[in-house]
Design a protein around this ligand. Structure first.
Ligand SMILES: Nc1nc2c(c(=O)[nH]1)N=C([C@H](O)[C@@H](O)CO)CN2
Length: 118
């Protein structure tokens, strides 16, 4: 299996469990690895035969910036469902970072893996 990836996709959104967090927008950062087979696209040298990382990124920016979840877990799960469903991705690993959320740490967040790795 091959992997198409997106690193450090930064998006502002409403996220958090505290009252003050419901009033502001905070930056989250996504690292996404998506299972695929690149051989057909490489053979034809044609974007229509592969997973377009720009199209995935644009959809994620739209979805995440309009979302208002409390937990990073919920946002991560919803992103995984969206990517697998809309882009026909059989397996993915997603790291969702919430930088600066905990004083003294660079980042906190969640890592999830979904689907079947071929
Ligand atoms: N496992 C989690 N723990 C915490 C979350 C979360 O989404 N998942 N969220 C918070 C607060 O919103 C925090 O980010 C504010 O600093 C605390 N713990």
């Amino acid at each position: 299996m091959d992997i198409i990836f997106i690193r450090e996709l930064e998006i502002e959104t409403v996220i958090g469990i505290f009252d003050w967090e419901r009033q502001i927008r905070q930056r989250i950062s996504l690292d996404l690895e998506m299972g695929t087979d690149i051989r057909r696209a490489a053979g034809a040298d044609a974007i229509e035969h592969t997973l377009d990382y720009k199209a995935v990124s644009k959809r994620l920016i739209q979805f995440v910036s309009e979302s208002e979840f409390m937990l990073v877990e919920t946002l991560a799960e919803r992103i995984a469902t969206l990517v697998m469903g809309e882009f026909d991705v059989p397996w993915l690993r997603l790291t969702l970072n919430k930088p600066g959320a905990v004083r003294g740490s660079r980042s906190v967040g969640v890592i999830i893996e979904r689907g079947v790795r071929g």
